[in-house]
Design a protein around this ligand. Structure first.
Ligand code: ADP
Ligand code: MG
Length: 684
């Protein structure tokens, strides 16, 4: 349970004086519902204002406070602004422009009545102008502060209003005991938590306070992961040591790569222990992770246990199922699939088979770890590319089971090391750093969308020669509907050119329809597959050697890398055409150039982080885990090593959560809602 001391921070924003349901709704739109959210909503900068007697004294483009007297108001007929002409004390004429709410503007600025206005002063033609100034009565003008924090806002809220509410929240915020290691605190000259919080709001330019708060957040995260690890180390799973009898009967068309062999041994070593395995398998797209998963699962089955493989999408679950069936059915293993689509009797029989142990290996989507799914003897859980399966799910998986299964998480997302530490800090890491032999590197070209005609000509030649191709449509907005519409339009155009040979998949389609199209494409009945990013992970059609990505600049680099990983899977030469818009920024150019230059996923991830500043690589969308609220990716990179050491020190040397600093650290865990680990510790 959350310590009482923190309760004031977790009350609803409506508890603040003067905050009713209306303002509450506006705050909710910003994702702020409790006082703690408001307090962690930090300003992005400061606005500075100067009081001037007349516009002619001011620096153009600066924010000024002026006394003015309106003398004429003019509303325009069409869409233009309402203009109110005023004179200032030096006799300059200033135009105040309002693009919305003309009635309000006129009421605030009655003709002939002196007022204080504040805003950015510009020239428009040969006139002084302010757009949407703040307007105050003369008596109130003195209250305008010359420096004011600027907050991320939504329509209907002002920075001033947010600042007032933050002040209200700060008044209720308790002082908290220190959880940061004293030497870290003093070497960085950090102030106590509450003081830092107040400072981060009052002086946004003051980096130190903000850095401390970011550190707190990262510390909470790293501590939670290490507690999870500690809980896991205390649990007893089942030692599984296969005897190789099934593996020997496998008829693989190729030899394992050295890297595959090495990681399989690492996994087998872990599984032979009673302590449940927690292992992350990193391997670039196409490095052959599926085969590693298969061998790990065989190892479990040889030792008399069941194994489950979780895929992120239905398409992938079906693809994995097909791969496993092909290899394992001949040697007598029972492999089943369970997704949202298996219903009624089919589903019942799978559930029965899992419960009585007649199913050896289950493949599926998130459904496979739901409460209703009971395994007779689950020894190994493999999670493939499932970004939404975050820390809390991993916690649940081990918490629920009396004897937790060994856990293998596989990812091709090339995340930089520090970010990996915040996501998978409790796990051991294996890396496949070698590609299967015989791959020809993908040739990547960047082409302006003016040359779309040439691209389609090229596609025509490719198809005429019996080739297959992906055509990936851009993300239009954060909405599957509009993405789907764009893809449908593109498919319609291509169908005129290639009648009967174009398939379409997008996120709005029903599972069976998607499968049918994927099957047709995999079976070479279709030459062109138009798709949104639903094909991004894992899809394996070696004969498709051409990929065209429309609106390439709108994708994250990591995402482009994943997409490109769909081709270059066979021995034939593959080509990736990145089509770009004509308005491209410097950074945009540099990003696409990088894609052309390298196929090293880790390098791409690191460079992307540098080039675009952060976000995209591990945005909430990809990680599924609550991304950091206070720690920008730059700060994460900078602070993770220290915060990780600090958390380790607390657990190893300072008596864990029981000691004095530990009690404070518990508060920190609850403050950042990383407290599941605490509860587990108590129950585990
Ligand atoms: P990913 O790591 O992206 O999941 P996959 O497991 O889908 O990669 O493997 C990519 C392709 O490489 C598949 O077609 C697979 O059959 C093939 N493959 C895997 N291991 C080897 C190997 N050792 N030698 C040759 N081909 C391999
Ligand atoms: Mg894969």
């Amino acid at each position: 349970m959350r310590p009482e001391l923190l309760n004031p921070l977790f009350t609803e924003v409506e508890a603040l004086k003067g905050v009713g349901s209306q303002v509450g709704k506006l705050l909710n739109r910003l994702g702020l519902s409790r006082l703690v959210d408001l307090l962690f909503h930090l300003p992005t900068g400061t606005i500075e204002r100067v009081r001037v007697g007349g516009a002619s004294e001011a620096v153009l483009g600066s924010n000024v406070i002026l006394r003015v007297t309106p003398f004429e108001a003019r509303s325009s007929a069409g869409r233009g602004p309402t203009r109110i002409y005023c004179s200032d004390e030096a006799g300059n004429v200033i135009t105040l422009a309002f693009f919305s709410n003309p009635g309000w503007a006129k009421k605030q600025l009655p003709l002939g009545e002196q007022k204080i206005v504040s805003g950015r002063l510009d020239r428009y033609g040969d006139q002084w102008q302010m757009v949407h100034p703040e307007v105050l009565d003369v008596a109130k003008g003195a209250e305008l502060s010359l420096r004011e924090p600027v907050y991320p806002l939504t329509e209907g809220l002002t920075s001033k209003r947010v600042r007032e509410m933050v002040n209200g929240a700060l008044e209720r915020a308790p002082s908290l005991p220190e959880w940061i290691e004293p030497s870290v605190l003093s070497s960085r000259n950090w102030l106590p938590w509450r003081v830092s919080l107040a400072k981060a709001h009052a002086e946004p330019g003051e980096e130190s306070a903000r850095t401390r708060l970011a550190y707190d957040e990262i510390f909470a995260n790293q501590l939670a992961l290490q507690l999870l690890r500690q809980v896991n180390r205390r649990k007893r799973g089942v030692a599984l040591q296969g005897d190789g009898r099934l593996r020997e009967r496998l008829r693989l068309p190729y030899d394992l790569t050295g890297a595959q062999r090495r990681v399989v041994e690492e996994i087998r070593g872990d599984m032979a222990q009673v302590t449940p395995m927690l292992r992350l398998l990193q391997g670039d797209v196409g490095s052959g992770k599926t085969l590693v998963a298969l061998l790990a699962m065989l190892n479990a089955v040889e030792a008399g246990a069941q194994a489950a493989l979780l895929a992120p999408t239905e398409i992938l679950a079906r693809q994995h199922h097909a791969t496993l069936l092909k290899e394992l059915d001949p040697i007598g293993l029972r492999v089943a699939i369970l997704t949202g689509r298996e219903k009624g009797r089919v589903r019942d029989s799978v559930l029965m088979g899992l419960a009585d142990g007649s199913i050896d290996i289950l493949v599926g989507t998130h459904a496979i770890f739901q409460d209703k799914v009971a395994y007779r003897n689950l020894g190994l859980a493999v999670i493939d590319e499932q970004h939404r399966f975050g820390v809390s799910q991993r916690l649940l998986l081990s918490a629920k089971a009396e004897r937790p299964p060994h856990l293998l998480v596989m990812t091709a997302t090339p995340i930089p090391r520090t970010l990996a530490l915040t996501q998978f800090g409790e796990m051991e890491v294996s890396r496949i750093d070698e590609m299967p032999p015989g791959r020809t590197p993908v040739e990547t070209r960047v082409i302006s969308d003016e040359r779309l005609g040439d691209v389609i000509e090229g596609l025509t030649r490719h198809v005429a020669a019996g080739g297959q191709a992906y055509w990936v449509c851009p993300l239009v907005e954060e909405s599957e509907n509009s993405d789907a519409a764009a893809a449908e339009e593109r498919a319609a155009i291509l169908r005129q050119r290639f009648p009967g040979q174009v398939g379409l998949v997008h996120g709005r389609m029903k599972g069976p329809d998607k499968d049918a199209v994927m099957r047709a494409f995999a079976g070479a009945e279709l030459a062109v597959l138009v798709a949104t990013t639903v094909i991004e992970v894992g899809v394996d059609v070696p004969n498709a050697t051409l990929m065209i990505v429309e609106g390439a600049e709108r994708f994250g680099l990591a995402q482009l890398h994943q997409l490109r990983g769909r081709i270059g899977r066979g021995s034939a030469k593959s080509t990736c055409l990145l089509i770009r818009g004509q308005q491209l920024s410097e950074t945009g150019r540099a990003r696409l150039a990088l894609m052309r230059e390298t196929s090293d996923g880790f390098r791409i991830a690191e460079e992307d982080l540098k080039l675009r500043g952060p976000g995209e690589i591990l945005g909430t969308r990809q990680s599924g885990e609550a991304a950091f609220r206070l720690a920008s990716p730059e700060l994460v990179a900078e602070l993770v090593p220290a915060a990780t050491d600090d958390a380790r020190l607390l657990l190893d040397r300072d008596g864990g959560l029981a000691g004095e600093r530990g009690q404070a650290a518990r508060l920190c865990l609850y403050l950042f809602e990383r407290d599941q680990a605490v509860d587990l510790l108590r129950s585990g």
